[in-house]
Ligand binder design. Structure first.
Ligand code: SF4
Length: 434
């Protein structure tokens, strides 16, 4: 269930239907101002809405004031064990402070932090980690780690409410993807506060991205989660931001920059598509608009599969073609495909987002396409389309059968009604864009 409450971290709304915010965390020594600011600027450029910095020592809390002043995006101070540092972070103007009430020294210390946060209007992120659950939940953790996590999170929320503090979001972190999914689903039913999602210590760029995509993607598709951080074992925090955006873009929760579509390639490929795709992806980074660009490894299947793409290329051994919305634009030598593609994209923007077509070039391209496509070839795309069509036919047949059964009425008169809204992809999240 989506969160009802909304808080603000600086100018960024979190929860209550706001776009899912992208966070990351700097990996520099926070007190090293120049290195920390350099990383913050990089992550902001990559699209981070919010950045978190670790504040484990006095000198880090001293640097915080300047970091907050210089940062182009809101800054969260990440504090463990030492509530004095949390107080200093609030006084330094941090836009939010992260504490785990379970390890900050007891309810009295938490009360001191919430009292000061209230005076400054500073939101808190309060959380629990699977690795540091309170002692009284250890037995439950052994029996059911998910229930133990959720119980700890609910107890934390109750503590905040007893302290009359509502300006917070909650995080519940686990290294286990299934436990992260199950516990956040359960917690989202129990509390109205915004949720921060992440998979703790997810791993390297490759495995960590996949784990995060599965865990966070599943929850986000359910409408659960208001801010996300992808934890990757890399010094380059901007990589975490890029992965977070790919997850949000894949779910169509937010739009940012171009979408690249590329075929998986197969034995029909006749040019170095790996290199071409990598180059197109790199050059697209310079564009902010959410245009769709497609790269097809061959034209055997025509270009119908990419008819939704704003621009695309397809190639053969020596010659290739540029197209737009399924229409051939021009044929070009394969080694010039990428340059010519970007010339067309730039022309499109220069003409106020209008595709300009040279009829002679387009005719040549159509001729090339006709010579290179094979209407009868069974390609991976055609197989996928056939499977999709079969699935639609089967589901239509099921629907007809169900409606016949319904119109007859259930034998006992009170059979179950079909609830279309129960689809996991129904709901507000898929309609919201930044
Ligand atoms: S048949 Fe499809 S998958 Fe194979 S190279 Fe051509 S476009 Fe790519």
């Amino acid at each position: 269930m989506a969160s009802e409450r909304q808080i603000y971290v600086g100018p960024i709304p979190i929860g209550g239907g706001a776009p899912v915010a992208v966070q990351t965390m700097t990996k520099t020594e926070t007190a090293n101002l120049s290195a920390t600011m350099e990383q913050i600027r990089k992550v902001a450029e990559a699209g981070a809405d919010i950045v978190r910095v670790a504040v484990p020592r006095e000198q880090d809390s001293h640097a915080l004031k300047e970091i907050v002043a210089q940062s182009p995006i809101p800054v969260i101070a990440d504090i463990h064990f030492n509530h004095t540092l949390a107080l200093k972070a609030i006084e330094a103007g941090a836009h939010c402070v992260r504490i785990n009430p379970g390890n900050i020294g007891g309810p009295e210390k938490v009360a001191e932090v919430t009292a000061l946060a209230k005076r400054h209007g500073t939101p808190l992120r309060v959380g629990v980690n699977s690795g540091s659950l309170p002692k009284h939940l250890r037995d439950l953790e052994f029996e059911s780690p998910v229930d133990a996590l959720v119980t700890a999170a609910v107890e934390t929320v109750e503590l905040m409410e007893r302290l009359d503090f509502q300006n917070f979001k909650v995080s519940m972190k686990s290294t286990s993807v299934p436990n992260t999914i199950a516990s956040n689903r359960l917690l989202s039913e129990k509390i109205p506060y915004p949720l921060h999602l992440g998979i703790t210590e997810a791993g390297t760029k490759w495995s960590g991205s996949l784990k995060s995509a599965v865990g966070l993607g599943t929850l986000l598709a359910d409408g659960i989660g208001d801010t996300i951080r992808i934890s990757l074992s890399t010094f380059h925090a901007e990589e975490e931001v890029k992965v977070a955006w790919e997850i949000l873009k894949a779910l169509k929760l937010r739009e940012k920059g171009p979408v690249l579509i590329a075929c998986p390639t197969c034995g029909r490929l006749q040019f170095d598509m790996d290199r071409v795709v990598a180059e197109v992806e790199k050059r697209l980074e310079a564009y902010g608009d959410p245009i769709e660009v497609s790269v097809l490894g061959c034209a055997v299947n025509g270009i119908g599969e990419a008819r939704h793409a704003d621009f695309g290329i397809t190639g053969a051994k020596d010659m290739g073609m540029i197209y737009s919305k399924g229409e051939p634009l021009k044929k070009v030598p394969t080694h010039e495909l990428v340059d010519e593609l970007f010339k067309e994209i730039d022309k499109y923007y220069a003409a106020g987002k209008t595709v300009t077509l040279d009829e002679r070039e387009a005719a040549e391209a159509r001729e090339w396409l006709a010579a290179n496509e094979d209407a009868d070839a069974m390609t991976p795309e055609k197989l996928a389309a056939l499977e999709a069509a079969t699935a639609v036919q089967e589901s239509e047949a099921d629907a007809v059968l169900e409606s016949m059964l319904e119109s007859k009425g259930p034998a006992n008169g009170d059979g179950p009604a079909i609830d279309e809204a129960a689809s996991p992809v129904s709901g507000r999240r898929f309609t919201r864009q930044r």
